[in-house]
Design a protein around this ligand. Structure first.
Ligand code: DC
Length: 231
């Protein structure tokens, strides 16, 4: 049986991994998994149903019945549907990110969402973005990238994003929030945010998205991985 290839792009928030993964999947003509969107969707469900984050049984129940679907069109942002409605905007809020990070530290929740992520591995290939794609979900991935950047640089990027959207933002509060989220994601017992032993680490602090993308393409080309041209 032919193995379906996977490229993983892991790292903390604000390192450009979502954009990089999306560019790579477009370039290769492969499927894309934004695993953070799955955790964020569960977080949104938790917020909408007023579920206590300490109520593990209900969290697992919500995770097992999450009516989640993705619609991706090459070259456009993936649309996320929860219960039939697009939730892209709602998923990107700080509260959703924070709740996602908290519930993602619960082993029962991660176990419940694992199969959903594995199912994305479909021909001709998959680019998977998250925290534990290369260490847990797709340990056998052909290429593993791990993106990093200083917390200050990531806070600056987030600040710019929010300002561009006309939203209020405080750089110091953002830095603190990023630090807290990193600590939670990196210090949890299950699937902590760490690079896989065989990951290629890219510090994006001084690099543009275009430079990161071309660096990755170079690695992919050298590995002999070809784009799917039958699109
Ligand atoms: O990538 P993101 O910011 O959308 O992810 C939101 C949170 O979800 C993140 O802080 C931790 C959690 N997450 C995770 O634990 N494992 C993943 N593979 C993806 C996200």
């Amino acid at each position: 049986m032919k193995i379906i290839p996977v490229i993983t792009v892991d790292g903390p928030s604000g390192v450009g991994k979502g954009t990089t993964a999306s560019l790579l999947s477009n370039h290769l003509g492969w499927h894309l998994l934004d695993s953070g969107a799955i955790y964020r969707s569960l977080a949104l469900k938790v917020l909408k149903t007023d579920t206590e984050i300490s109520d593990i049984e209900t969290l697992v129940e919500l995770a097992s019945h999450l009516e989640l679907s993705f619609k991706s069109v090459i070259g456009e942002p993936t649309l996320v549907f929860l219960g039939g409605q697009t939730v892209n905007q709602e998923l990107r809020t700080e509260s959703c990110g924070t709740i996602a990070s908290i519930i993602a530290s619960i082993p029962e929740v991660r176990a419940q969402l694992l199969q959903r992520q594995i199912q994305f591995r479909q021909a001709p290939g998959l680019v998977a973005d998250g925290r534990d794609m290369g260490t847990v979900v797709f340990k056998d991935a052909q290429i593993k990238f791990f993106l990093t950047a200083s917390p200050q640089e990531r806070a600056k990027r987030r600040y710019k994003q929010l300002k561009n959207k006309g939203l209020d933002a405080n750089i110091h509060a953002l830095e603190k929030e990023i630090g807290a989220r990193d600590a939670r994601d990196s210090n949890r017992k299950v699937s902590p945010l760490v690079p896989a032993e065989d990951a290629i680490i890219i510090d994006t602090s001084q690099l543009s998205i275009d430079e990161v993308f071309h660096y990755c393409i170079d690695v992919i080309d050298k590995a002999g991985i070809k784009a799917n041209l039958q699109r």
